[in-house]
Structure formats: structure tokens, C-alpha cells
Design a protein around this ligand. Structure first.
Ligand code: SF4
Length: 155
């Protein structure tokens, strides 16, 4: 029997709406996908904090703290393929809107940013690690996510 695809799903600075699309996609496929996929990390499904070796890492959200940089680098080191999931991961939007604030608004926001221990700029995943693939959208559509996941089944 073929080995199961080892998959991780990870969230960074975002609304986690793309993970909702992932969960929605499981409604109709869970029993079929359970034969094909082992979710090694997916906070919505189980409590696993340690990053494990995996075939595919789906990453949603932009990167806004030094801790997120380190965690993303660890994910990259443990994943054969890293897929940016949604616009936040792909290009930083909408979490990066604060990068372009000006004047008094910027001053006020930067006080909050510093208070929360965030970095001055919010950046997309590709500015921290190499990205192999992506699924566009905000949020990604269930269909697009399913097509991408299933493209890895026989790879
Ligand atoms: S891309 Fe949009 S929907 Fe997806 S996690 Fe980011 S903000 Fe939320």
C-alpha cells in the first residue's frame, strides 16, 4: 500500500479564513482523504506543537514577528514542498495594509505594533523562505484547495 502523504497546515498573521476553507473541504472528503493523508500538524484538528517531517506544508497568513520567522524557517526545513495558501501568505495582503499607513495614523498604529511585539513591517512568506507553490484567493476557494491537495496524491 502506498505511503500516506504527510501534510501540515499552519497559520500565521491572518484571519484564518483559508483554514476554514480547508476544514470545509474535509466535510465531504474526510473518510477518503484519511486513507491518503496523514495530517502531521494542523491546529484545527489536533494539538501538535512540534514541527515534524512532512511532504507538504500549507502556510496561511503573512509574517509579522521574529517568532513567526523562526517557526516558518523550521517548517521550511521540515517540508519537501511548501505551499503559500491565500493572499496573506502569497503577497502579505490584507495584513500588510499597515505597512503603508502615514502620519498620525502610522504613529498610532506603530505604538500598538511595538506593544504587541510585532515587527515594523508585515511581509509575505516568500520574503522569509522559498515557496514552491501557491493557492490564490482571500479566502482560497474550497475547489482550488482540493485540486492542489489532490495534485500531490500521485506525485
Ligand atoms: S488570505 Fe484572506 S481569508 Fe485567507 S487567511 Fe489571509 S486574510 Fe484570511
Amino acid at each position: 500500500m502506498k505511503r500516506k502523504l504527510r501534510v501540515g497546515v499552519f497559520s500565521f498573521t491572518c484571519c484564518e479564513g483559508c483554514c476554514i476553507s480547508v476544514i470545509e473541504s474535509l466535510n465531504a472528503r474526510l473518510f477518503d482523504w484519511k486513507k491518503r493523508i496523514e495530517f502531521v500538524n494542523f491546529r484545527a484538528l489536533k494539538k501538535v506543537k512540534k514541527i515534524r517531517k512532512m511532504d507538504v506544508a500549507f502556510v496561511e497568513g503573512a509574517i509579522s514577528t521574529d517568532d513567526e520567522v523562526l517557526r516558518l524557517q523550521e517548517i521550511r526545513a521540515n517540508a519537501k514542498i511548501l505551499v503559500a495558501l491565500g493572499s496573506g501568505a502569497i503577497n502579505g495582503w490584507p495584513s500588510n495594509l499597515r505597512n503603508d499607513f502615514k502620519g498620525a495614523k502610522k504613529k498610532k498604529v506603530m505604538e500598538l505594533v511595538a506593544g504587541f511585539g510585532q515587527n515594523a513591517k508585515v511581509v509575505p512568506v516568500k520574503e522569509v523562505v522559498d515557496v514552491d507553490d501557491e493557492v490564490a484567493g482571500c479566502p482560497v476557494s474550497e475547489d482550488d484547495f482540493v485540486k492542489k491537495m489532490e495534485s500531490f496524491f500521485d506525485a
